[in-house]
Design a protein around this ligand. Structure first.
Ligand code: IMP
Length: 427
């Protein structure tokens, strides 16, 4: 009766959507435990490409059940919209999607606060979905949970208090009374739809686990965007690390069997913040020529860098990863040489651990191991042995640097463009 957590080990966009979708065939339940509609999971299913932001990708798999845990922040209008988007495409949602009654909600004033902060010099470069301010309210204990939103009288009182408290920010964009009326009106429209999916999700998932069901946790964002372990303050406001799966769902650590890490063969990040291996030249230009690498949620071009082993090794440790899925290796096809950042040079000293201080991080210079590239395409290859020898060498170098086993290599969005290195998958 296993429960598996899939986590991103970099700055998001590792291709977790594809891996989670794979594992969905094994799972009975697919759960989200953190973040909100700042995520963007691209899944190719039945030849069609779907980008889901809030509902777990498992919903595309007939018969699977999905849960949005208490650790997720939910924009109710967005949730109702995504449910409709799926229903219009004949994907059944009723009886298959469940949402925690304890999940906190995102309201337009959260986006206003975020827009206000993002206009300042100290901005983070967020997705502007109101994620940070919603989590801020949760921990300041002024947030509004779905269960309280559903109760009209309680909600009106909490809403009035919240709008009053946030008037200074709101006024910049809209008359506070009009905003309040709009939020009440939105509630009227979407409540009938959402009411049916709300449940005590911690009790539900523990019950399902105890009855032998397989549970898959679909992490959003990545370890380097984790509010505690990432490149703070250029992070998201939740805990994408594996530990977040327990807090964000109510399934205890004793019930988690395995953590599967997903990392790209290089790194990208959207938004601001230090990025020691960022490159302006070869790989970046190469990707631009291929017309690749735009964020699925923001549509912003991504900053590109060589694989950062210092960050990856830290992520492997914090998440408890033994098995690694290496994605997008095909992007490196055709390069004369490929680089791996094995340490940082900070003020003349070689450092192999990931620094916390933002000032130190900004000055870190990468120390590279340079490996020969490969000329033959990896796309279309279906076994490890058939990969170009230098691509195999690259994979083995990652395994030995990070002390993990690469169990899957992916070189494209579809199911066929995958190499399995372990007979037993999931592990
Ligand atoms: P927020 O999550 O909207 O608060 O944004 C905080 C930071 O996390 C920004 O740098 C975003 O670009 C980044 N971010 C949030 N969600 C994702 C994601 O799903 N993929 C990649 N980056 C993300």
């Amino acid at each position: 009766m296993p429960a598996i957590v899939v986590v991103g080990l970099q700055w998001g966009d590792e291709g977790k959507g594809k891996i989670a979708h794979f594992l969905a065939s094994w799972a009975d339940w697919v759960l989200r435990f953190q973040g909100g509609n700042n995520a963007g999971h691209t899944v190719v299913f039945d030849g069609k490409e779907y980008v889901l932001h809030l509902i777990p990708g498992g919903i595309l798999y007939p018969g699977k059940k999905c849960l949005i845990g208490n650790g997720v922040v939910i924009d109710p209008v967005f949730l109702a919209g995504e449910m409709e988007f799926l229903e219009k495409r004949k994907i059944k949602v009723k009886g298959r999607l469940f949402v925690s009654d304890r999940a906190h909600l995102i309201f337009p004033y959260h986006r206003h606060i975020e827009a206000f902060r993002e206009a300042l010099k100290s901005r983070v470069g967020t997705t502007r979905r109101g994620i940070g301010p919603a989590y801020g309210d949760k921990f300041a204990r002024v947030g509004i949970r779905i269960c309280d939103w559903m109760d009209g009288r309680t909600f009106r009182k909490l809403l009035r208090q919240n709008v009053r408290e946030k008037e200074v920010f709101v006024r910049e964009f809209i008359n506070p009374r009009r905003l309040e009326a709009k939020i009440l009106d939105d509630r009227k429209k979407v409540l009938p739809k959402i009411r049916n999916v709300v449940t005590d999700s911690a009790a539900l998932i523990n019950r399902e686990f105890n009855s032998g069901k397989n549970i898959l946790f679909e992490g959003a964002q990545g370890t380097m965007l984790d509010c505690d372990f990432g490149t703070y303050p250029y992070v998201t406001s939740s805990n994408p690390v594996s530990g977040g799966a327990c807090v964000g769902s109510g399934l205890p650590p004793t019930k988690i069997d395995e953590v599967l890490g997903v990392a790209k063969a290089y790194v990208t990040r959207v938004g601001l913040g230090p990025f020691p291996t960022e490159i302006k030249g070869s790989l970046g230009e190469y990707l631009r020529k291929k017309g690749k690498e735009y964020g699925a949620t923001t549509g912003r071009p991504r900053r590109v860098g060589w694989l950062d082993i210092v960050a990856l090794k830290t992520a492997v440790e914090i998440n408890g990863v033994k098995f690694l899925c290496l994605t997008k290796i095909d992007v490196l096809d055709g390069l004369k040489e490929v680089k791996i950042c094995k340490a940082y040079k900070i003020k003349g000293k070689v450092i192999k651990s990931f620094p916390a201080s933002r000032r130190i991080m900004e000055t870190a210079k990468p120390v590279y191991e340079v490996l020969p590239g490969w000329n033959k395409p990896t796309r279309g290859v279906t076994s490890f042995a058939a990969l170009p020898p230098n691509a195999r060498r690259f994979v083995r170098a990652i395994e030995s640097f990070c002390e993990v086993k690469v169990v899957l290599i992916s070189m494209g969005r579809s199911r066929e463009e995958t190499i399995y290195l372990s007979e037993k998958f999931p592990p």
